[in-house]
Design a protein around this ligand. Structure first.
Ligand code: P71
Length: 470
């Protein structure tokens, strides 16, 4: 039998290979349980991957949130925690890092992203106001609604089409935004809520041109613009790669320029900032800052720790500096893209272009015979786990939940299963195993049946809902 000469990954893509800008100093053993055990674990978890025990998971692609590997420098920083109740030196390091890399004037720490979302929503939304944004995110929208606001999706139409190749599918549609402002009046708009790389659209970026244009529109109507900076570093990579005029600018320069068009940001440090727990809010306005700094002590903790230990703040300060290194971001997104490219070559339906933090499988493409209210994406994540012990996350009708007024289910166009890649954790070989499992599940797609929901919690139902096979 003829054997084709083996090729490295770089050779296969017609370039010199490159690798991660780090080496491994400590490892965490993994185990794989048997197929029968997985079948039982799945039943016990009500076919919901959020309810699996992590010991029963082989490769964990549930989320990139808090699941990254910290560097030796960050772990050294943990030992330098100043656990003073007030005025911890680690807070000042964190504050300086945020001011330096993101460019905002005032910093309020929070225990994680949703803590920060809670505070900004309370401070900046009057009941009855609207909050336009580039596609909803679950916790973001919930806090906006709990504060009395109504979220309005003003993302470009292309974002809702899994196959559309627009390079900046996270962009805000200026016409949709302006129409809302004209219909409701500028005083009914709390602020524009813009996310850097849009999670639910597949990790899709916003262009510099778009944020500039949104800024101009906001200035015209006197509306504030706040940024969900959770994955803004990854957004900066796409600008560097795709937007004319940015190829020679560093990720750090692009990040700062982008943030400069916004009035403030909230952050889940568990993503870009390379920590297991932490978050922050940062704003330029003095009055808003005073209000946030007052609110944080009610809900999170004193304004110099906001729910974090001193050591957590130190790790995040160091993580911020590491996160904007060009080599880091290139290898992080390069790994996501490696997995995506394998699946594209095998003609498995995924969201295109491949985004920053995850490969999103298009469950409608897998299971055209399963109607949306039999939960195709939930089915797909259950099938993947059954096949190989890989854990993914549903991002479709279960995540979208119900309309708060009518109680009707939202029926999102995107019905996706997210293979989320933690930062600095898995190797190329792990990605190969994942790709082969996705293919195995795809090959048996015609025999696969949907699920029915047998338990539905009131808030953020996807976390705790239970299902049974049909
Ligand atoms: C993700 C998460 C974590 C998560 C949250 C809700 C359901 C399932 C998983 C969290 C984000 C995020 C964006 C854009 C704010 C938060 C909240 N993402 N904005 O993707 O992606 O941050 O988790 O630190 O509270 O798995 P938090």
């Amino acid at each position: 039998m003829d054997q084709k000469p083996l090729q490295t990954m770089g050779q296969q893509s017609g370039r010199r290979s490159w690798a991660e800008p780090w080496k491994i100093k400590m490892v965490e053993p993994l185990q794989v349980i048997s197929r029968d055990q997985r079948e039982q674990a799945l039943r016990e978890a009500g076919y919901n991957t959020f309810l699996l025990k992590s010991d029963d998971v082989y490769i964990d692609l549930l989320t990139d949130s808090g699941t990254g590997a910290m560097s030796d420098r960050q772990w050294a920083g943990i030992m330098l925690g100043d656990e003073a109740y007030a005025g911890s030196r680690n807070f000042y390091h964190l504050e300086a890092a945020i001011q330096n890399y993101y460019g905002y004037r005032h910093v309020v720490p929070a225990h994680q992203g949703r803590g920060a979302e809670h505070l900004i929503s309370l401070a900046a939304i009057q009941p009855g106001q609207f909050v336009p944004g580039n596609m909803y995110f679950t916790t973001t929208r919930l806090h906006q609604e709990l504060a009395g606001g109504t979220f309005v999706d003003v993302i470009i139409d292309q974002a809702h089409d899994a196959q559309d190749l627009h390079p900046f599918k996270g962009n805000i549609d200026l016409a949709k935004l302006e129409q809302l402002v004209k219909e409701q009046g500028a005083d009914k708009i709390a602020y524009v809520s813009m996310a850097g790389t849009v999670n639910m659209a597949g990790g899709q970026p916003v262009s510099m041109e778009n944020v500039k244009a949104v800024r101009a529109l906001c200035d015209h109507y006197g509306i504030r613009l706040f940024l969900d900076a959770t994955r803004m570093v990854e957004n900066a990579f796409f600008i560097q790669e795709r937007e004319p005029g940015f190829a020679d600018k560093s990720i750090a320069q692009i990040l700062k320029e982008f943030c400069g068009y916004t009035d403030g940001a909230w952050m889940s440090g568990k993503k870009d900032n390379l920590v297991n727990i932490g978050g922050w809010l940062a704003v330029n306005d003095d009055t808003l800052f005073e209000e946030l700094r007052n609110l944080v002590i009610v809900y999170e903790g004193l304004h110099t720790y906001g729910g974090m230990a001193g050591r957590d703040m130190e790790a995040m300060a160091i993580g911020i500096a590491e996160s904007v290194q060009d080599e880091h971001v290139r290898s992080r997104i390069g790994q996501v893209r490696y997995l995506g490219d394998l699946l594209i070559q095998w003609q498995i339906p995924i969201v295109l272009p491949v985004g920053g933090h995850a490969v999103f499988l298009d469950a409608r493409g897998f299971y055209p015979h399963i109607p949306q209210d039999e939960f195709p994406a939930q089915t797909l994540v259950a099938e993947l786990y059954r096949d190989s012990g890989i854990r993914a996350m549903e991002r479709g009708i279960v995540s979208a939940g119900r309309d708060e007024h009518t109680g009707e289910q939202h029926y999102p166009r995107l019905e996706l299963a997210r293979l989320t890649i933690p930062r600095r954790v898995y190797t190329q070989a792990h990605m190969d195993v994942v790709a082969e499992s996705v293919r195995a599940v795809y090959e048996i797609r015609a025999q696969t049946r949907g699920l029915k929901m047998v338990f539905e919690p009131k808030y953020l139902r996807f976390f705790q809902a239970r299902f049974e096979p049909l």
